[in-house]
Write a protein that binds this ligand. Structure first.
Ligand SMILES: *Cc1c(COP(=O)(O)O)cnc(C)c1O
Length: 364
């Protein structure tokens, strides 16, 4: 287990301990154990914060915890998309963004909109084809946008090779680490310049808050992102930051349990007669299956479960699933019958029974 230097009073802590310990108020008499909700739009003049758009103690606690886990400085936003859009706003006009073809839909929609307005050029690549990605990194490229595993194709990128290639080409490498979480993958250690999270998902973990975060070890990027947040104002809610930090405290346990559930379900799904294909990168808790019989069969499954919730999003304690192509904006390269499953932390036998009954509704 990698040891991480915490900035607080305890020097060497492992990741599971950091999830519990990082971002606490000082260990002093009468300090609360948890950061309070600081509800403030303005502050008495003369200090460092001054105004509610510039900083907040509750955000800062959450950011310090995520920063410790990812190994950089973190800055939080109103949502994952607010964090992502802010990073796109740092690309110089006319520069090219090289992005994973199967990255998050909102990311692709936002890139397409920037391209239509002539602000950037976009080149989509198969992120698991390292040679193809490296070949796309020319002089005109400002940003390499990596997601790994991808959503919902679950391709895995060779992060060290891509980040090294980006560095050599003078391209800023960003990794959307939402699916893996810092418990399973720490992109800054693998050479990335920036990590972004939809903390809405695993980090918060309870499907009750939208929040995003950017983490970087680069002071210049940090300053630019902070300035964008101050001026564009895509601020996290104070309650959301508090909820995300509360959720984060069990991230290591949730990821461990959800991953072990996912592995067991994948083992069984691989031999199920109604399942044509199982996509699973062997880590994490998002699984995609292709149901025999295509879109209609997949709809039957998603409407037949009783324990698994039919819902979009992922990373909550509860298991959920959806057919991705029900969204008009989903990539045409994603099969009609693909169901993305976010495996939660319930008892795996209960999950399997419910899923197997739903799969049985598909005519053989
Ligand atoms: C959900 C998600 C986002 C967007 O996050 P929001 O908080 O919904 O704005 C970005 N990237 C990935 C991989 C996601 O799953």
């Amino acid at each position: 287990m990698a040891h991480v230097t915490a900035h607080d009073d305890v020097p060497e802590l492992t990741l599971p301990t950091l999830t519990v310990k990082a971002g606490r108020p000082a260990n002093e008499p009468d300090q609360p154990l948890n950061v309070p909700l600081t509800m403030a739009s303005t502050y008495v003049a003369g200090g460092e914060t001054e105004y509610g758009r510039y900083g907040n103690a509750t955000w800062a606690a959450f950011e310090s915890a995520i920063g410790a886990l990812e190994g950089g400085r973190a800055i939080s936003f109103a949502s994952g998309m607010a964090a992502i859009s802010t990073l796109f706003d740092l690309v110089a006009p006319g520069e090219t963004v090289v992005a994973a073809r199967h990255c998050y839909q909102g990311t692709l929609v936002q890139l397409a909109s920037l391209e239509r307005r002539g602000l950037v050029k976009v080149v989509l690549v198969d992120i698991d084809d390292t040679a193809q990605v490296l070949a796309a990194l020319g002089e005109e490229v400002g940003l390499l946008w990596v997601e790994s595993p991808t959503n919902p194709a679950l391709e895995v990128a060779d992060l060290p090779a891509l980040c090294a290639g980006a560095r050599a080409a003078g391209v800023t490498a960003v990794v959307d680490n939402t699916f893996a979480t810092p418990m399973l993958q720490r992109p800054l250690e693998l050479g990335a310049d920036v990590v972004v999270h939809a903390a809405t998902k695993y980090i918060s973990g309870h499907s009750d808050a939208l929040i995003g975060v950017v983490v970087t070890g680069d002071d210049e990027i940090f300053r630019a992102v902070d300035e964008k947040r101050r001026t564009m104002g895509a601020l996290p809610g104070t309650l959301e930051a508090w909820l995300a930090l509360r959720g984060l405290r069990t991230l290591h346990l949730r990821v461990e349990r959800a991953q072990s559930n996912a592995r067991e379900l994948v083992r069984r799904l691989r031999t199920h007669p109604r399942v044509d294909r199982v996509r699973y990168p062997d880590f994490g808790a998002v699984v995609a299956i292709e149901v025999a019989g295509g879109g209609m069969a997949a709809d039957l499954v998603t409407h037949s479960t009783r324990l698994w919730v039919h819902a979009t999003s992922l990373g909550g304690v509860e298991s959920s699933l959806e057919r991705r192509r029900r969204w008009k904006s989903e990539s045409q390269t994603i099969p009609e019958g693909l169901i993305r499953m976010s495996v939660g932390i319930e008892d795996v036998e209960d999950l399997w029974r419910d899923l197997a009954l739903a799969l049985d509704t598909v005519p053989g």
